[in-house]
Design a protein around this ligand. Structure first.
Ligand code: SAH
Length: 466
């Protein structure tokens, strides 16, 4: 056992699920942030529990051959990226292994029963994201700041430049900061309860700015989230944003909205959305299909990888044109519309109403009549739909609800395609579907949607075993 502040020499052996380095000393496990397997380091113990502890890297004695110089100068402080100091090749290896290990350990599959295809990596690992949510707040000396939260905290790391975001964000943020300064508009300040780590009191107006860019169309949408009913001088805000982008032929500000969120909460958006310029959505295209996207709607964040992911989902669905297909957790109907091109009927279910409104419009916009959308929880609504031949699910990180897994197993369609953004919950659900459910794990494909970050997307095909 070690003492706090003890200095140790450690050899980093592996990467943990949150992206931290893992080392062992006398059989005791230590997690060390910002280190890479192969690093030999000097570390200071910061927390020593009974079974494992945490240490801070004080000095790199010998760097790993997988270590690189971070492009971003604030990557150590910012909670956004975990792998700025790791080669992309090593990052992909980690992600492939993460998916495999989750399915093995949590799903209870043997090595031979996990048919993993090689991970699909990104060609562009910088400036790939099409959506950002920047908190706005006040720093220790009372200045208005924006940027990203530091890891596991609500302290804002002050920056308007992010290396994984679309580059126009810098201009948008600088414009917002200048606007707030000029008109003395206050920024949100919250008091966090040290025990619950939840906000308990708050004041100030501007709390977040969300931006999204359609990479295919160049349309940019901005949504300012405020703790109040109106953004003072909102027409002036619109004017200076438009002015900032004047003369740019590659991008166009097509939507500026204000969202009202007066609740003391970590949830970013409130219910009320006011459009102060343009439309309350942006339009983007994926291949030849057009999509309207409201600020409330989910939309894949890495446009260069989206079709690679959807392409795999479509390939795994293996449609002939005769099938009834469910697309559960369908968002604005992106996967649904691609499925609809190759199926008889597609039924989408989605919990966010604004996304379903978009989905219905998107079907119309693209002249598709064989796709139908329902607002509600997949676990409640799916069982009311016509019997499916193929089911596609794409749940949020918490995975599928148990009730939904039961519905899938009751209908037992020949194929299930599971798109997942968290391999741990994917593995948990596979255990059920391939256990009592009688499905066989056919194919597992990891797709990197979040380069430089720890998260990994995957798509899995399940077939009925006869
Ligand atoms: N397939 C879509 C969206 C995937 S993200 C795409 O690729 O764009 C997951 C979606 O599930 C989100 O839109 C979220 O709002 C929705 N969601 C979350 N919980 C849900 C539930 N219980 N029932 C239905 N949809 C849900």
């Amino acid at each position: 056992m070690f003492e706090k502040n003890e200095i140790l020499e450690l050899q980093i052996e592996a990467i943990g699920s949150e992206g931290e380095g893992i080392a062992h000393a006398n059989g005791y496990t230590l997690f060390v942030k910002d280190t890479v397997p192969g690093d030999r380091i000097e570390a200071r113990v910061v927390k020593a529990g009974k079974n494992y502890g945490y240490a801070r890297c004080e000095r790199i004695i010998e760097p790993s051959t997988d270590r690189i110089e971070p492009v971003c100068p604030i990557s150590k402080r910012c909670g956004g990226c975990q792998f700025q100091h790791l080669s992309y090749e090593a990052e992909l290896k980690f992600k492939q292994k993460k998916v495999f290990n989750c399915i093995k350990r949590i799903g209870g599959f043997s090595d031979e029963a996990i048919p993993m295809l090689p991970i699909i990596g990104c060609e562009e690992i910088m400036h790939y994201r099409n959506k950002a949510q920047f908190p706005v707040g006040v720093n220790k000396v009372g200045e208005t700041v924006t940027g990203f939260y530091a890891e596991r905290s609500h302290e804002i790391v002050d920056t308007t430049k992010c290396y994984i975001q679309f580059e126009e964000n810098e201009l948008i943020l600088d414009t917002l900061m200048a606007f707030m300064k000029k008109y003395k508009i206050s920024a949100y300040e919250e008091k966090i309860n040290p025990k619950t780590k939840k906000p308990e009191k708050a004041k100030g107006l501007v709390r977040h700015i969300m931006t999204r860019k359609g990479f295919a169309t160049g349309e940019i949408g901005i949504c300012v989230v405020i703790n109040g009913d109106v953004l003072p001088k909102d027409d002036e805000f619109t004017a200076i944003v438009l002015k900032a982008f004047e003369g740019r032929s590659d991008v166009r500000i097509s939507s500026i909205c204000v969202n009202v969120n007066k609740k003391v909460t970590n949830v970013i958006f409130g219910d009320e959305l006011k459009c102060i310029y343009g439309e309350p959505y942006i339009v983007d295209m994926i291949e030849d299909v057009k999509f309207k996207i409201s600020p409330f709607s989910f939309y894949q964040v890495n446009p260069a990888q989206t079709m690679k992911l959807y392409g795999k989902a479509l390939e795994f669905a293996d449609l002939t044109g005769e099938e009834v297909v469910w697309d559960l957790y369908c968002g604005i109907g992106t996967i649904s519309l691609f499925l609809a091109k190759k199926a008889k009927e597609v039924y989408g279910v989605e919990i966010v109403e604004a996304a379903v409104v978009n989905a219905r419009e998107n079907a119309k916009l693209n002249g598709m009549e064989n796709v139908h959308f329902t607002v509600g929880k997949a676990e409640d609504e799916a069982k009311k739909l016509p019997k499916p031949d193929v089911i596609v699910v794409d749940p949020p990180r918490k995975g599928c609800d148990e009730k939904l897994l039961e519905t899938i197993m009751n209908y037992k369609p020949e194929r299930v395609v599971y798109v997942s953004c968290d391999p741990a919950t994917l593995a948990r659900d596979l255990k059920v579907l391939c256990g009592d459910g009688g499905y066989r794990l056919d194919k597992v494909q990891a797709v990197d949607q979040f380069s430089r970050g720890v998260h990994v997307e995957s798509v899995v095909r399940l077939s009925i075993e006869y």
